[in-house]
Design a protein around this ligand. Structure first.
Ligand code: UN1
Length: 489
């Protein structure tokens, strides 16, 4: 039975509203003839209405006790969790990741909502001693106001949750534009928060593409913008925000390395590198797209990794045996193909996969096969440029020092994975590898809500996300020099 086409609406001031900015159509990337959901996107007038609603709701929400704000998120977490199977399936159909990953992601969104809901009851500032008698210095936190949230396609519900949940729990109101390829899961998250009792205007959902994104950053009613997505778009938003004096938190690209040293457990490393490179079809900013392996084990390791990549079952994400689904759309497939072809032209040796010779490549959907390229020494574009797909570029090195140096090569510094059982080497890596997230003996992707998430170097801009760091962006501080009124010392 084919699932019915879902109707998409914008959420403005607590009302589900038909847009008038043109069609928004969510296509199943595994079969581009299937429409998952359809509706009308917002036009700039609806965006205005959304910002107006968020501004109007702002004071009351900010003054709602934090516990009550958090309680809404905790209720939303239960709603999301109860629908995990149903919405996870929709997520797989809309985004293309496997059903297990889709259901897992919805569960993760619930976990994030619950974490931030409970965070409302944790400490809300700091107390310092004063150099003056009879005085204390408090550092209190207040919401920044109306936050614009712009989210990518690759985690259609988890990334929105990890931006929207802290924004709301710390007392902000939100105008949210999700990626235009995944509107249905955006509607689902907004639905859960509405059902959980979020007051009208506190969260507004505007469907649209670049015009609406630009409209958000340029809108005089927006006080801050949080963004995850491509480096190019992120930098434009950062620049536009700076011109207006609006803080922007941008989580951008990655070119994350797995470093496999000679003493590593090779079976574990093969399994984890394959997960890092190919899970979610490589479409994670934290995916492993570079592999650095020491010469002593390179041949054995690459033989085992190539064998594993060849075995990966590519196909319909809803089939429980599938291990890797399609990429999000035709443009993504062409750009990843182009990057792989260029690497081969520039001298890379194709170990497995590739662009055209893949028997599993289906023209009905946007499929690619797991691809591994062994690079000669020297500078290839694929070593530096994020392809955001299932393509892994390999360099061999003579020493551990060379491995660490090569890991730091490039503009990005989001995550890395180190495979070794040597504690001394591990501690050296902690000091020397310049990344925001370092995994030791696990794949380069993955993030928990209670600890900071974000990159070093050019992988991000502004405060990091998650954990305590989220507060840095979604609140500002007031430093209070506090003395009693009576002149008694
Ligand atoms: C993860 O590693 O599980 O866009 C999450 C991304 C990241 C999230 C990664 N912001 O892929």
């Amino acid at each position: 039975m084919t699932a019915p086409i879902q109707n998409l609406h914008n959420l403005v001031d607590g009302t589900w509203t038909e847009g008038s900015g043109g069609d928004v159509v969510s296509i199943n990337p595994a079969d581009s003839s299937v429409v998952v959901a359809a509706g009308q996107r917002a036009d700039t007038a609806l965006l205005d209405a959304a910002v107006t609603a968020a501004s109007a709701a702002r004071a009351q929400w900010a003054h709602t006790p934090a516990h009550e704000r958090g309680a809404v998120l905790v209720r939303a977490a239960a709603i999301v969790e109860a629908r995990a199977d149903e919405w996870g399936r929709e997520l797989s159909r809309e985004e293309g990741k496997t059903l297990a990953e889709g259901i897992g992601e919805v569960g993760r969104a619930a976990q994030i909502l619950r974490f931030y809901g409970n965070d409302a009851d944790r400490e809300a500032g700091e107390v310092y001693s004063s150099p003056r008698r009879g005085e204390r210095i408090l550092v209190t936190r207040k919401p920044v106001g109306v936050v614009g949230v712009i989210t990518p396609f690759n985690f259609p519900i988890a990334i929105p949750a990890w931006k929207i949940a802290p924004a709301l729990t710390y007392g902000n109101t939100v105008v949210w534009k999700p990626a235009s390829t995944v509107p249905l899961l955006a509607v689902r998250l907004a639905q859960a928060l509405t059902e959980a009792g979020l007051p009208a205007g506190v969260l507004n959902l505007v469907l649209g593409d670049r015009e609406i994104g630009t409209g958000i950053i340029e809108h005089p009613g927006i006080d801050a913008v949080t963004f995850t997505g491509s480096t190019g778009v992120g930098r434009r938003l950062v620049a536009a925000g700076a011109l207006r004096g609006v803080p922007v938190q941008a989580e951008l690209g990655g070119k994350n390395a797995a470093i496999v040293l000679g003493d590593a457990d090779l079976d574990l490393a093969v399994q984890q590198v394959a997960l890092g490179a190919f899970r979610s079809t490589g479409q994670k900013c934290t995916a492993t797209s570079r592999l650095i392996v020491t010469d002593d084990i390179a041949d054995d390791f690459l033989a085992a990794l190539t064998k594993r990549a060849r075995e990966i079952i590519v196909g319909d994400p809803l089939d429980p045996t599938t291990e890797m689904g399609p990429v999000i759309n035709g443009a993504a497939r062409e750009s990843i193909r182009g990057g792989i072809d260029r690497a081969i032209e520039q001298g890379a040796d194709l170990l497995v996969g590739g662009t055209s010779a893949d028997p599993q490549l289906r023209e009905s959907g946007y499929f690619l096969s797991p691809t591994i390229l062994d690079l000669p020494s020297g500078d290839l574009d694929i070593w530096r440029d994020e392809l955001f797909g299932p393509a892994l570029a390999i360099r061999r090195v003579a020493s551990v020092e060379d491995a660490f140096t090569l890991a730091n090569d490039g503009d990005y510094g989001l995550s890395a994975a180190l495979f070794t059982q040597d504690l001394t080497r591990t501690l050296e890596a902690v000091d020397h590898i310049d990344v925001g997230i370092l995994h030791v003996n696990s794949e380069s992707a993955g993030a928990d809500p209670h600890v900071p998430f974000g990159g070093a170097k050019k992988s991000g801009y502004g405060p990091k996300e998650q954990g305590r760091s989220a507060r840095e962006f979604f609140t500002h501080t007031t430093t209070v020099y506090l003395r009693g009124g009576a002149a008694r010392i």
